[in-house]
Design a protein around this ligand. Structure first.
Ligand SMILES: Cc1cc2nc3c(=O)[nH]c(=O)nc-3n(C[C@H](O)[C@H](O)[C@H](O)COP(=O)(O)OP(=O)(O)OC[C@H]3O[C@@H](n4cnc5c(N)ncnc54)[C@H](O)[C@@H]3O)c2cc1C
Length: 369
């Protein structure tokens, strides 16, 4: 007898989409538990500095989710609409549009609303649980373990399937014992160190290559963001999510080439101050930004894990390195994988077979989409 049918480890963006999808496809007939290390008042926070993200996602990916599992995103979780993404060359002479219409999200609000919705769909929540590993019965994953930060006591919960949505640093994947097919560690060159500010500003010179209220702007420039790019994403006429991502070995080379000692933080400062449109910028003090207006976090930029399942275990979102290698966009893949995994989980449980072989279809379904 297990505690739950499904445990979703990690109650961030992807975990709570997956939980809602499982509830949807099972007609709310499965017992689902979402476990997260955050306090309940900071649901889905990536780290102490907040929900660090560029906050941009495509309308197409949101529509994909809405059409299939009937989860809708509106205001206030969508803060601003954009017509697309525009990438500029260093001299700004060349520009490439991509991704189509999209949204700028408020990740904190989004998470609060996602959790309310998941609760209404019957999902249970455990907060302040620091998960450290999986529980096994021979070659099968049968639960999770960790520490309950409220009581400081060991925590254990069992389930037929554990969905790992604990993000890029996943301890569950790192220590996975029942698979030789799942890659456990990521090459550090496949990780970008990224940071951003959420700010209000007074508009300076009008220059649509530097800030455009209708477009998410990307600056490709190896001096500004070696191995990555800088971004200026509008959250309103005078509000912006501005940041950049770098690959650390390329940053070291760039520093040697230019005789500098920059790190992500100093590059972010330089990038902000060189922008002629964004003047007198101040970190947003809005209640929904105050705990999230400045932060640095990692994102993977490689193909997803070749194998995302083992007996009783499935990965989704950043834990499976799903962000797209070209632009580090992880919200779109999270919406798609979070949606499809619900169907795969429900089918496997209904067939009473949660073996690696029977969960394999999820690998194929994700690649197809
Ligand atoms: C600076 C930056 C900018 C980005 N910009 C964009 C963008 O503009 N557009 C886009 O599409 N993508 C962007 N991304 C990527 C996007 O933010 C991620 O793909 C997305 O947040 C992934 O969500 P997730 O739920 O899989 O992981 P996370 O958001 O990392 O959530 C993981 C959850 O699991 C919890 N958790 C972790 N470990 C444990 C544990 N041991 N025990 C219990 N709980 C745990 C965490 O607290 C968190 O709640 C960006 C990323 C960064 C870092």
């Amino acid at each position: 007898m297990v505690d739950y049918d499904v445990i979703v480890a990690g109650g961030g963006l992807t975990g709570t989409i997956a939980a809602q999808s499982i509830a949807h496809y099972s007609n709310q007939n499965l017992k689902i538990l979402s476990i997260d290390r955050n306090l309940e008042i900071y649901p889905g926070r990536k780290s102490l500095s907040g929900w660090t993200c560029g906050d941009a996602c495509s309308k197409e990916a949101v529509d994909y989710m809405t059409k299939r599992i009937k989860v809708q995103w509106t205001r206030p979780e969508i803060e601003h609409d954009v017509k697309g993404v525009m990438a500029f060359s260093p001299d700004k002479e060349t520009k490439i549009p991509f991704d189509g219409a999209g949204y700028m999200l408020n990740r904190q609000k989004l998470q609060e609303i996602q959790n309310q919705r998941a609760r209404k769909m019957g999902v249970d929540f455990d907060f302040e649980i620091n998960l450290t590993g999986l529980i096994y019965d021979e070659q099968q994953v049968v639960g999770v373990q960790g520490i309950d930060n409220k009581t400081k006591l060991p925590y254990k919960k069992t389930a037929k399937i554990v969905v790992d949505a604990t993000g890029v640093t996943s301890m569950l994947r790192n220590t996975l014992k029942n698979s030789t097919k799942v890659e456990k560690r990521i090459d550090r060159r496949d990780l970008e160190s990224t940071g951003r500010y959420i700010m209000y500003f007074e508009p300076g010179t009008k220059e649509l290559t530097e800030f455009d209220p209708d477009y998410c702007i990307i600056h490709l420039d190896q001096d500004i963001a070696p191995g990555g790019y800088g971004w200026v994403f509008p959250k309103g006429e005078k509000k912006v999510n501005i940041g950049l991502g770098v690959e650390k070995t390329l940053l070291e080379k760039r520093n040697i080439r230019l005789g500098k000692k920059d790190n992500v933080q100093t590059l972010m400062e330089e990038y902000l101050h060189r922008n002629p449109v964004i003047k007198n910028a101040k970190l947003s003090q809005d209640p929904e930004d105050i705990n999230n207006n400045s932060g640095i976090f990692q994102v993977s930029v490689r193909r997803q894990n070749d194998c995302m399942v083992s007996g009783g275990y499935m990965m989704v979102g950043d834990s499976a390195w799903m962000p797209k290698p070209i632009d580090a966009g992880g919200i779109g893949p999270a919406l798609i994988a979070g949606t499809i995994i619900g169907n795969n989980v429900v089918q496997a449980i209904e067939q009473n077979d949660v073996s690696e072989k029977n969960l394999w279809q999820y690998n194929l379904d994700f690649i197809k989409e």
